[in-house]
Design a protein around this ligand. Structure first.
Ligand code: PLP
Length: 422
């Protein structure tokens, strides 16, 4: 099936035995599930039979969301989490423990920077950073304790495009897992598994709902990941008995092992599971994701071209622009557009703040991926605590303005920016 059909139907269709014939996906609000008898309960816990036990572990509505998201991304399975940050933390915690290290692009979302640079450090996991514009830096950072390489397909907020081929080639030489945060690109514009990536993570709080309705996240696993993990000494805990689960050996199971371990170990013990209601909202959002991403992308390109020609704008960062340093990578790895995120520079902080304070349609919000357009001045908000040097390293100048272009009429958005630029 083609993408737009999957967006509307994957995971729930004609003949689903429990569907009651409902056209809309049902919302199952239930903390727990009845077992037929104690044998049934025992079989479920022992994984002899797959089924619902408790919503911290699984839920029928979340299950449909997970199937639909995985099919759009081209993965074998996915697992929903309570936020994008929980998805990123679980992707790391599923492979790394005290004494291990992970390799992360410098240009990642601020929350990912604080998670990897501070929080997991206290758990004894070291983070080594590389410049996403220079993947050759990765090789020198690898040792026998390196567990995962994490980067974003389009970076937030610096709007760089990762060179998948270069990063995956290095990772595969050392049998290390790669994980892409594909939030900004969405499964519609970029399919990381086609370039050999092993895992993706998303903040479902962004384009997935499309309306800024709910916080959530998802981890997606590629087909046949077991080939890379089976008997790989880096991932011994997938190949040795898990004492917390009756000696289960994940790599022996005929199931998507990465997602299964997140479910059985991390959701069980740490519990950042999605609310079924949020999963239901994401399902509504996914139905229109392909349509919306085309509109976000075409509008963002028109706005980038308008800004590039404006005398007050010194630079525009958008991979769809021919003048952009990421144009070639954007053409190589993205189909159907380059998403709705762009940034531009004006002379100084005061002018940037004045623009952000003057727009009428663009709202001053620290979010992205909403149908409603958003303007952000990173130097006074998300990056306020950074000094001038740190701002430069993060690719954030004081005159930088970030836009998340929504799906309003493009001409109205350009008129709003024209007026605000003065
Ligand atoms: N990844 C990216 C690229 C983001 O932009 C964000 C949030 O802005 C996150 C992850 C974190 O997601 P959440 O806010 O759902 O925890």
């Amino acid at each position: 099936m083609k993408e737009q059909t999957l967006a509307v139907h994957a995971g729930y269709g004609k003949g689903d035995k429990d569907s009651q014939g409902t056209m809309a996906v049902p919302l199952y609000m239930s903390t727990a599930y009845q077992f037929r008898d104690t044998k049934h309960a025992g079989d479920l816990f022992a994984l002899k039979e797959l089924g619902n036990i408790y919503t911290r572990l699984m839920n029928p509505t979340t299950d449909i969301f997970e199937k639909r998201f995985a099919s759009l991304e081209g993965g074998v399975a996915s697992i929903g989490t309570a936020s994008g940050m929980a998805a990123i933390f679980y992707a790391i915690a599923n492979v790394a423990e005290a004494g291990d290290n992970i390799i992360v692009a410098k240009q990642v979302y601020g929350g990912t920077t604080t998670l990897t640079g501070h929080t997991i450090k206290r758990f004894g996991i070291e983070t080594r950073y590389f410049d996403v514009n220079n993947p050759s830096e990765i090789e020198a950072l690898i040792d026998e304790n390196t567990k995962i390489i994490l980067f974003e397909s389009i970076t937030n907020p610096s709007i760089d495009v990762a060179d998948f081929d270069a990063i995956v080639a290095i990772a595969n030489r050392y049998d290390i897992l790669t994980c892409v945060d594909n939030t900004v690109a969405t499964p519609i514009l970029c399919k990381p598994f086609e370039y050999g990536v092993d895992l993706t993570v998303h903040s479902a709080s962004k384009y997935t709902t499309g309306q800024g309705l709910a916080i959530g996240g998802v981890i997606v696993e590629r087909h046949n990941l077991v080939e890379k993990i089976k008997d790989n000494p880096r991932y011994a805990h997938f190949n040795e008995p898990d004492e917390s689960y009756h000696g289960l050996v994940y790599s022996d199971l005929p199931l998507p092992l990465f997602c299964l371990r997140v479910r059985l170990a991390l959701l069980r013990d740490l519990g950042a599971s999605p609310s079924p209601f949020n999963s239901w909202l994401y399902i509504q959002g996914l139905e229109t994701l392909p349509l919306r991403m085309r509109q976000h992308s075409s509008s963002a390109l028109a706005i980038a071209e308008f800004l590039e020609a404006h005398p007050k704008v010194s630079k525009v960062n958008y991979p769809g622009l021919k003048s952009d340093k990421n144009y070639d990578l954007g053409q190589k790895y993205f189909s159907k557009g380059h998403s709705g995120l762009l940034s531009f520079e004006v002379a100084d902080k005061e002018i940037a703040q004045k623009i952000a304070d003057s727009t009428e349609i663009f709202s001053l919000v620290v979010n992205i991926g909403d149908s409603k357009s958003i303007i952000t001045h990173p130097a006074s908000t998300t990056h306020q605590q950074l000094n001038t040097q740190e701002l430069l390293e993060a690719g954030v100048t004081e005159g930088l303005v970030r836009l998340s272009v929504g799906i309003e009429d493009t001409e109205d958005l350009i008129a709003d920016l024209r007026k605000a630029l003065g």
